[in-house]
Design a protein around this ligand. Sequence first.
Ligand code: BTN
Length: 259
Amino acid sequence: MSKSTFTIEEMDIKLKTNYIGTNFIFYDEIGSTNDELLNDKSITQHGTVLFADNQFKGRGRLSREWLSYKDNSITFSILLTENLNAKNLNLINFAAALSVAESIENLFQLDVRLKWPNDVLIATRKVCGILVESVSKGDKIERVVVGIGVNVNQPMFEGHYNVPPTSIRKEFGRVVSRERLLAEILNEFESNIKKANKNPSVILDNWRSKCKMIGEKVKVNDGKEEFFGIFEDIDENGFLLLQDNKGMRKIFSGDVSLK
Ligand code: BTN
């Protein structure tokens, strides 16, 4: 395998966090960074970041595959072991999506939008996917793994995708630094997790302001059924509130698209 072009020192210089990424584990290649942090119980440090230059078994939501591209994408997972409860999992999701969106805006001034529950889009095309998973013992959540995959420098995409993909390079018009972007995301994530713990409504409101589907006619597929209605809002736990001809329906997971 060819040597990685990712330089940890270059990322480290831009990292301003107190705990996110202070334990940084790098793999040239791995099946899935989420699987590794979920399964390797010897890794315990809150805020550990496990980064892989290449994933050959990357997983997405709803058992989908996540394709990554060596040298062109960033794929990593963050381990959280403190301040966890079942209620704040969606908030962690939103904090992660916001962190990616804010980082892309800060560094490249692109118009970034969020799609429920946790896609990051540039206009209508997907630039990042997030998969939050947890391990529980009884009713106690022991570890949460926040997996993030960002399309960074792909010049183009081939094949069929659920949502049309894009990369920062395609939208910004230039190859960009993966190290700089990763550091920015981790900096923003630490700050957003602090907000999520202290004042969750700030995270919910920031997420709402970047979700351009609220108030629109949408189709929601929850994996079993399709529903049509108005995307009314998200509730305090981050679930989608859909107004349809039967009233207000709460959607816990699924895919949403404009109708
Ligand atoms: C989705 O859009 O369905 C979520 C995609 C999440 C992909 C990331 S890449 C890093 C981490 N490891 C995985 O196997 N998946 C997540």
